[in-house]
Write a protein that binds this ligand. Sequence first.
Ligand SMILES: Cc1cc2nc3c(=O)[nH]c(=O)nc-3n(C[C@H](O)[C@H](O)[C@H](O)COP(=O)(O)OP(=O)(O)OC[C@H]3O[C@@H](n4cnc5c(N)ncnc54)[C@H](O)[C@@H]3O)c2cc1C
Length: 472
Amino acid sequence: MLSRDAALAAIRERLGPAGATDDPEIIAPRLREWRGRFQGRTPLWVRPASTAELAAVLAICHDARIPVVPQGGNTGLCGGAVPDDSGRQLLLGLERLDRVLAVDPEGGSITVEAGCVLATVQAAANEAGRLFGLSLASEGSAQIGGCVSTNAGGTNVLRYGTAREQVLGLEVVLADGRVLDLLRSLRKDTAGYDLKQWFIGAEGTLGIITRVCARLYPLPRQLQTALVALPDPTAALALLGRLRQQLGNALSAFELMPRHGLELVLDYRAGARDPLAEPYPWYVLMETESSGDMTGGDALTQPLADAMATGLVADAVVAGTLAQARELWALRDELSAAQKHAGPSIKHDVAVPLSAMAGFIDEATALAVRLVPGCRVLAFGHVGDGNVHFNVGCPPEMEGQAFLARWAEVAEAIHDLVVAHGGTPSAEHGIGQLKVHELARLRGGLELELMRGLKQLLDPRGILNPGKLFGS
Ligand SMILES: Cc1cc2nc3c(=O)[nH]c(=O)nc-3n(C[C@H](O)[C@H](O)[C@H](O)COP(=O)(O)OP(=O)(O)OC[C@H]3O[C@@H](n4cnc5c(N)ncnc54)[C@H](O)[C@@H]3O)c2cc1C
């Protein structure tokens, strides 16, 4: 077995100065999670430039039992991509694995290295006249490997599904440095277990994803974007049901936001304007896409006019130009940043069955106010997928640290309510460090036992992202 120092020296020698550094100034920004809640230390930041280099690093770490934390764009919101504060965990950056390897428009697939930023994958698909279906507000930094590892969702799940649905094949480096080649572009394959599924959503605890083959779709010919005002989430869910019936899967986004959320963005974003003449309690930002000639470009106007006539919708604005559509989307996309700017909040990324959504938002709001009088609830998100970001904001008169000290208590109460409604405490951000306790508490028994068994099979020395998902 290699000593730790000898192993680190061997890694430095294998990767050269471009691939490994211990310079604290260079590393510092990578050691802090996006929201600043988790901060770690590392002896070395390594950035292999090929699968072979990455495999060599893992083989050395496996031998010397050095823990490894993979990091993509570091936009994850659960502390999964930052090391702990022991100073023993190697930080493995994927950003130099950033090549687009092949685009096959006829076959409907794209093959890229895992460190490709999502926006790069979208642009490469677009250049070939195709669409890559995953879209998140963080797409300028988040990498496809990170998105697959968290099974990211985003704003287009309604039409295209989560990251899991995009993946056709993967290349993965196992804990001991062996390369598992599952990089196929097949739509159908019933030859035994579908091993690639193990690594999707595994948050780097079972292997390091180095290449991804993903689905491409026809480019939409027409897009239409609208912001509608509604009295409450019940009306939003009723509208969703109507529109799905009328538009089928042309409806690609359906994002709920309360007035309070819109106001945060209007305060935060320079030049942002309230898109409607009067304030309303709730809004939905929606979009339709159509790729063939069958559906017209003006899919939303009539259904929204009908919904207004029945009183379901209070007011609506349909974007007339691409610039207007972008401005409406900015109101939604800037919400996380605006909320971060506005002060601390206790966050819950949860999903419940659609039929339970409106009741859940009401009950959870009442519960939060009971637990933390004066708190400001911000419930927003991809409600078309049953996913809501239920965030409890610090009361104005309360000290931020004292408020955040109540995170576990508030989260447990909200998650218990989620489970009572048949939901999950993690809809799209994953478990990371943030929800380790909740995974153990709410997914105990046989389910957790099997997850641990898989971990033991693939990473018997426990070097891959320790402390994430299961805790140490
Ligand atoms: C403004 C903003 C908006 C967001 N909106 C959404 C949204 O709408 N939907 C959504 O799902 N998420 C959203 N996120 C969260 C985040 O962008 C996603 O979780 C994204 O998938 C993380 O990608 P990343 O490359 O930044 O991964 P990182 O944060 O670097 O890593 C995430 C996890 O994956 C592991 N990992 C990273 N790369 C690899 C790899 N190659 N192999 C194995 N493990 C790896 C890490 O160890 C970590 O556990 C948002 C974040 C921000 C900041």
